[in-house]
Ligand binder design. Structure first.
Ligand SMILES: [Zn+2]
Length: 453
């Protein structure tokens, strides 16, 4: 039968090598403070404490998710119990046991799923006995803010009079929910959110180690999307890697994450510059046809306008974390736009993005089109200095003798000296008054302005 030929031989199926893929966040989890990004202030303090043997009995690590709190807790536990000179050595029995999670002296407890007093009592019962093979017993409690009030009370008793070998390491994303009685008994460390620059540098290092070729701009897009979290950046990186393989470009990141391509933003800004509202609608239509939501398109636009503005101001490609070619394209884009124009557009788009996310029940596309029209019809910000220079370059014409007499304060036809009829006096006064006013206003503005009649 014809279809039999289409079925691959079984041997081919069975001999396909099975690759076990370890998630990047797990594979590249720091195992010492030297590998930790962005929390140098905390690493230094903890290293000093270990070196001097001045160990507090309770630590509280607080900060947003994915910035290294639980990882730091494990590193600290390893440093407390490592038997080598250089702590943590990663090679002694204690270090290995902590890395694999099999240490009898280091317990990890997730308060989010074990928030009750019974679980806490059970956990604390285990701390009544000294450590088996280490110097310290470390109790790592993650998401500690989720504990019930009775669980807190139960923990407080041990925290007030802990055995000398016991160290609490508490981690939380919501420090405001931790009772004051606990806060007053712990050494608190505030973990910082990571900057996009810090994240992309770490990603570049990982790519180098993994033999992955990645454009700087591609990593920059991932780090922006990670919003300060190293763990999130690695999860996004996994997603992109699954799509792109070992060559990661800005375009492949945009495709993998459903982010609109920069080419659309270039086209949009060009249509704004050309006062072409219809063209801007067409760009939005293209974005939506490729499956991009209005909100996501606007978020990308805000980021693009930021880079556009900074490129005009003169920041380098390295500072903006984009390629030199992209920077050159941004600099060449919409030459008639001044910095003030870009700022005005950015303000309108930011407000529009807020409106779209506020769920007014309005159609975000209609809102976007209305604002795009407004931007397309905006006049340019006028550079006052240039306008004055243009004004000064207007060729001067000599004043007519008759009018010179009229506006001259010493002239015989002046208002106060005129002795003619009522009609002619009025005419002279009007002429004098008009002439003087114009000349004053103009000379204030342009200095050497000459009245031309
Ligand atoms: Zn060790």
């Amino acid at each position: 039968m014809w279809f039999v030929d289409m079925i691959p031989p079984l041997a081919n199926i069975y001999y396909i090598p099975l690759m076990s893929y370890v998630a990047m966040a797990r594979k590249w989890r720091p195992r010492s403070f030297d590998e930790m990004v962005g929390q140098e202030h905390i690493a230094q303090t903890l290293k000093n404490a270990i070196a001097t043997g001045n160990i507090h009995h309770a630590f509280l690590f607080t900060g947003t998710r994915g910035v290294g709190k639980t990882t730091s807790a494990r590193i600290l536990a390893a440093m407390l119990n490592c038997t080598s000179e250089k702590k943590p050595c990663r090679e002694c029995e204690n270090c290995k046991a902590i890395t694999t999670g099999s240490s009898m002296d280091v317990s990890e407890f997730d308060a989010a799923s074990n928030s009750g007093v019974d679980e806490m009592r059970e956990l604390l019962e285990g701390t009544e006995y000294p450590p088996m093979s280490s110097k310290y017993k470390a109790l790592i409690i993650d998401e500690v803010h989720a504990l019930s009030s009775k669980a807190w009370s139960s923990m407080l008793k041990t925290l007030e009079e802990p055995p000398s070998y016991l160290v609490f390491i508490l981690a939380t994303t919501e420090v405001n929910k931790v009772p004051a009685t606990i806060l007053s008994r712990v050494l608190r460390f505030d973990f910082k959110r990571l900057s996009p620059m810090q994240i992309s540098k770490r990603l570049a290092f990982i790519c180098e180690q993994e033999g992955i070729s990645a454009e700087q701009e591609a990593l920059s897009i991932i780090s922006e999307k990670a919003d300060g979290s190293m763990r999130d950046s690695l999860t996004i990186f996994d997603e992109v890697f699954a799509y792109s393989g070992k060559t990661i470009t800005a375009e492949s990141v945009q495709n993998a994450l459903g982010i609109p391509s920069n080419a659309l933003y270039f086209e949009l800004v060009q249509s704004f510059e050309a006062h072409d509202a219809k063209g801007s609608f067409a760009v939005l239509e293209k974005a939506m046809a490729s499956g991009v939501e209005v909100q996501m398109f606007l978020n990308g636009l805000i980021r693009f306008l930021r880079n556009f503005l900074y490129a005009k101001i003169g920041l380098s490609a390295e500072q903006l974390e984009i390629s030199q070619a992209s920077l050159d394209s941004l600099k060449a884009l919409a030459p008639t736009f001044e910095q003030g124009d870009i700022l005005r557009i950015a303000k309108i788009i930011t407000e529009l993005s807020e409106k779209c996310s506020a769920k007014y029940g309005l159609n975000p596309r209609l809102l976007a089109e209305a604002e795009f029209s407004k931007i397309a019809w905006l006049d340019r910000v006028v550079n006052i200095k240039e306008a004055l220079e243009n004004l000064q370059s207007v060729p001067h014409a000599p004043l007519k003798e008759e009018n010179q007499k009229k506006i001259s304060p010493t002239g015989s036809t002046g208002f106060t000296t005129s002795a003619g009829s009522a009609g002619s006096t009025t005419t002279a006064a009007t002429a004098t008054s008009t002439g003087s006013t114009t000349a004053t206003a103009a000379s204030t503005a342009a200095g050497d302005f000459r009245l031309t009649i």
